[in-house]
Design a protein around this ligand. Structure first.
Ligand SMILES: [Ca+2]
Ligand SMILES: [Ca+2]
Length: 743
């Protein structure tokens, strides 16, 4: 008998259906589903309490003899486990021993030192703005854009109770104010008046940072956990001179690079201190600087206190002066709702209506900084808010930004977070965009998520992010939406921004705390008898609540790309690996389904597929090209992320005396670039054989099951070796056992 759900396969035990109701329990052997030829759903595996198998602690830590990882020899490659799916059928030990971390670590020769614990507690937020007012900030409206964004931060983003100080710098630094604590709008307005009004001089980043240390130090001698928000548009090759000081200070440096090449030393500072790094191209319609400041919420405050961005967009208007649209305020937000409008030339006319059609008056207009803003008192009405902006200059650039906070501290708001998989990348290696939408800790599913990646010169690339478990997306329906990015156009900084909209198809799981995902063992076999454990609590994974409409935007920070040549071939990227190949049996045909990859990973369209079958999983994995090819003449790939379906007859494979058939796909693009081999769908040949663990007994009560072997009807009806039982590596199966004559 072969058990295919475990690692190692050497763990012994029996398969039984064990059910209890009203104090009495029934144990019977498992029936085989006549359709799927697999054991019925309620069939469970009861391991022997006493056994000698040593692997694997990743599968059953609770068996006393199990003390080892599965190794190449003990690993069960046929188990339909996540381990096999994600790790290319390799054992845990193979994965660990080939990892960079493992190989770069020198084994300890002495016992490890005793652990050291540091007790930390959250203190009040202390932020020092370090703002560049060097000569270059005078051009391209940069000083004004910086002030607009800094005002947005001071008015709306930084949380009540925070301490805020300010330093300006050019070739030297000036301490503008020591930290003041924000209690009300009075302190916020005081801070607005301290923003720089002129620009001139050179750029000395370290002077700015050292002055910030001094400012923060006056309030609190230990800088640990305090934050520096450094904005500069300049290169300063002396910036590396204070890296060590920054590293030892304990302060967190957030770096906003504005308009030009980001200084590498400062990127390094943000990285080593755990700060964030943003890049804003200076194209006002992309709203990059406002998004960067908007993302600088406290890392320690309660979620209900955090400012959440609902909308952020801009337009350059030429012949048509109107910018009209709507913003959705969902019921999880609404407190402290803030509308911000900016312009480039002349104040536009601004109209804003709440969901009842009531017009909102009293925007505060700051003509100097070319911005107008309105805070909605109390909790903003849930629903669709409409706005209409009319430019009074031609051309004109208008932007609108809407933020809000949780409506109710006991209902977690919907949040959006975005990031790239790396901060620094070399051409042409692909990157992955991730966006996570949660309500509390629960994933939000079915949202429309769009990423915009802007290069240093302002070129934008738009990608729809998907939560479909294909291409770049590791898991379907986990609230993480992903996509590959390969469309590099130049060297330098790129910025990521993501929009998410929830509509009719959006859902989330129950807001209950996450369920315990520890492995459940239904019971043990002791002296041939089953000793059952208490039943597993009911898990209803499918409970989903339909969500109302919502919208969110978020900055995903900046990343830097190097080695982009001036001229490069049109196509350097193969289709992505298919990871969701699935197979079902209909009559004598195998029906395959999968998600289409694209020309370049999961974008575009592949040219053709190669489907291969083999009686050996490892042959197919390691010698795909030598395996038997399925005729795919009639199969042409669809656009990336479409559902593909393909049926074929396995033909003469059933005569090979194999016990399983394995199926895999490679995708080829227009430039003949080939994907990795897909996940391997598994097709098991089912051989009828009388076996006490496999037949249809009469149910008998516990504790003395006396199975009465009867013969499977299907077995008697002359089913031959070509009867196929399908299962797919990667599906989650509690107990899934296939018989074979050749074990
Ligand atoms: Ca996902
Ligand atoms: Ca390609």
């Amino acid at each position: 008998m072969k058990t295919i759900n475990m690692c190692s396969a050497g763990i012994s035990g029996i398969n039984r259906v064990h059910k209890c109701q009203g104090g009495s329990c029934i144990t019977r052997t498992c029936r085989i589903d006549s359709k799927t030829k697999l054991y019925e759903k309620d069939c469970q595996f009861f391991p022997d309490k006493v056994q000698t198998e040593k692997a694997s602690i990743m599968f059953t830590q609770s068996i006393d003899s199990v003390v080892e990882f599965c190794k190449e020899k003990t690993h069960n490659q046929e188990a339909p486990s996540l381990q096999n799916k994600k790790c290319n059928f390799r054992s845990t030990w193979e994965v660990i021993s080939s990892s960079e971390d493992f190989n770069n670590t020198i084994p300890m020769v002495t016992p490890p030192p005793p652990p050291v614990f540091s007790l930390l507690k959250i203190s009040q937020r202390i932020v020092c703005l370090v703002l560049d007012k060097s000569g270059s900030m005078a051009s391209y409206d940069r000083l004004n854009q910086m002030n607009q964004a800094a005002k947005y931060f001071l008015l709306q983003i930084v949380e009540n109770g925070s301490w805020v100080g300010m330093v300006h710098f050019d070739s030297t630094a000036t301490i503008i104010n020591k930290p003041i604590q924000i209690i009300s709008s009075d302190e916020r307005n005081t801070l607005l008046a301290w923003l720089p009004t002129y620009a001139g001089g050179g750029t000395s980043i370290c002077s700015g940072i050292k002055s910030a240390f001094q400012v923060i130090g006056e309030l609190c001698p230990h800088l640990d956990g305090s934050e520096i928000v450094l904005l500069t548009d300049g290169e300063d090759h002396t910036a590396s001179s204070c890296i060590d000081e920054v590293k030892q200070s304990g302060a967190i440096v957030h770096f906003i690079a504005f308009g030009t090449a980001a200084e590498e030393a400062v990127i390094e500072m943000s990285k080593i201190t755990g700060g964030r790094h943003f890049y804003a191209s200076g194209k006002a319609q992309n709203n990059g600087l406002i998004d960067a400041f908007g993302a600088l919420t406290s890392g320690n405050t309660e979620l209900s206190q955090k400012s959440l961005q609902l909308e952020s967009k801009g337009l350059t208007l030429n012949s048509n002066p109107w910018m009209n649209d709507t913003v959705i305020i969902d019921s999880t937000v609404g407190k402290d709702t803030f509308f911000l409008i900016t312009w480039n030339s002349l104040p536009p006319s601004i109209s804003l209506w709440d969901p009842n059609g009531t017009i909102m008056e009293n925007f505060t207009v700051d003509a100097t900084s070319k911005m107008a803003y309105l805070s909605i008192p109390g909790t903003a009405k849930v629903g669709t808010w409409a706005y209409s902006l009319q430019a009074k200059a031609n051309p004109e650039t208008l932007t609108i930004t809407v933020t809000s906070r949780a409506a109710n501290s006991s209902v977690p708001p919907i949040t959006l977070n975005a990031k790239m998989n790396k901060d620094i990348n070399s051409f042409p290696s692909p990157m992955i965009v991730y966006a996570e939408i949660l309500q509390g800790f629960v994933p939000v599913l079915g949202a429309n998520v769009t990423a915009v990646i802007e290069s240093q010169s302002g070129h934008t690339e738009v990608l729809e992010l998907l939560d479909n478990g294909a291409g770049a997306d590791s898991f379907k329906n986990d609230g993480v939406y992903s996509r590959y990015f390969t469309a590099y156009t130049e060297n330098g900084s790129y910025s990521l921004k993501v929009w998410a909209h929830g509509g009719a198809n959006t859902a989330r799981l129950s807001l209950q705390p996450p369920l315990n995902r520890a492995a459940y063992i239904p019971g043990w076999v002791v002296n041939g008898e089953i000793e059952a454990n208490p039943p597993r609590p009911e898990i209803d994974e499918d409970t989903q609540t339909t969500l109302e409409d919502f919208s969110r935007t978020a900055s995903g920070g900046a990343f830097v790309v190097s080695q982009v040549p001036k001229y490069f071939p049109d196509d350097l990227h193969p289709p992505s690996q298919i990871t969701d190949l699935d197979a079902t049996l209909q009559e004598d045909e195998i029906i395959l389904t999968w998600t289409a990859p694209g020309d370049n990973f999961d974008v575009g369209k592949a040219q053709h597929y190669i489907i291969k079958i083999s009686g050996s999983l490892l042959d197919l994995r390691d010698s795909f090209d030598d395996a038997l090819q399925v005729n795919t003449t009639d199969l042409s790939p669809k656009e990336a992320n479409s559902k593909e379906i393909f049926a074929f007859k396995p033909g003469n494979i059933s005569e090979e005396n194999a016990t399983h058939i394995f199926i895999a796909i490679k995708s080829i693009d227009k430039s003949n670039l080939t994907s990795k081999v897909s996940n391997i769908a598994q097709v098991a040949l089912f051989t009828p054989q009388a076996n006490p663990d496999d037949t249809y007994p009469t149910p008998t009560p516990t504790p003395t099951p006396t199975p009465t072997p009867t013969t499977d009807k299907g077995h008697n009806s002359g089913v031959n070796i070509s009867t196929l039982v399908l299962s797919v590596i990667g599906s989650i199966v509690i107990v899934n056992i296939i018989l074979s004559t050749t074990i």
